[in-house]
Design a protein around this ligand. Sequence first.
Ligand code: KG4
Ligand code: ZN
Length: 357
Amino acid sequence: MIVLGIETTCDETAAAVVERTPEGGARILSNIVLSQIAEHAAYGGVVPEIAARAHVEALDLIISQAMTEAGKSFADLNGIAASGGPGLIGGVIVGLTTAKAIAMATGKPLISINHLEAHALTARLTDNTQFPYCLFLASGGHTQIVAVRGVGDYVRLGTTQDDAIGEAFDKTAKLLGLGYPGGPQVELEAARGNSTRFVLPRPMQHRKEADFSFSGLKTALRLEAEKIAPLTDRDVSDLCASFQQAVVDVVYDRLRAGLRLFREQYGAPTALVVAGGVAANQAIRTVLQRLASEVGTVLVAPPLDLCTDNAAMIAWAGIEKFSLGARDTLDVAPRARWPLDQLAADRGALLKTAAYK
Ligand code: KG4
Ligand code: ZN
């Protein structure tokens, strides 16, 4: 089975062709990612309108590059998969509409993929990880611990109550005058800083539930920085190191709680899987590795280019879904919001309504 994947939910325009061999192995035939970082850098974050326009301008070319590199024509495809959300709606519309046009012109099946589900299934593309496994999704927009029990069977065990983990890195970088995106800059600074100089909180530590919170940490960091302003280079490095150590401690503690919940409900996971841009952080990878061995499981951390946003994961999720007989019609709608775990989302909405009443 050969599927073209298209990804346009944020600031990466991406297309990829992935094949599942008859023996069940996966081969990435091409994986093209065009980052828009330069377009957004001046604004210190992603500007939705600029992102949507950049996707329109680049997507055709990126798709034809992916097809050429794979050595395939549309006739060779078994289907087309596009990110249908959640994400910046302008970009999602561009990707999904393009996929619909190709599906219509070629008569090939179409599927709209939940971007988070694609992150969740990447470990099966790279490592053939078997169900059930415990996923830590750590990106600029999401911080979730998810029990992945099967294709389409996801239970959210924990999430953030405020900022996403990558967002916390980005805001820290912005506060300290470092570039965008902030995660890699903060990690670089942290490497030469003193992580014990500033005493910062570890929000939610020791709670039984597996939820996160980063806003208190962000505020504490700002207050420390304001106390000693103007900042020297050393101050910036020490603040980054102290911040990163706090995040590492939080990740360890919250994932420990998440794995405990997992075990109580579903038995031992086959693996602890990490996905999302923050998985690029070496200190976080190291602590996850330690945690995995402590609880007697393995850490699966896909290569960095498959942890951050890409279209190979969309194509792969398409393969998994097409194999189960799923497909969408041409009127499938793009979605700005699309929770992975509909049950948890419904519960949340119900609680909110109840509180409102
Ligand atoms: O998954 P991703 O590429 O895009 C989405 O958010 O979907 O994740 C981007 C996030 C940004 O917040 C970025 O600052 C963070 O991942 N990030 C890092 C590192 N590299 C990227 N955070 C910490 N350390 C890093 N080395
Ligand atoms: Zn993502």
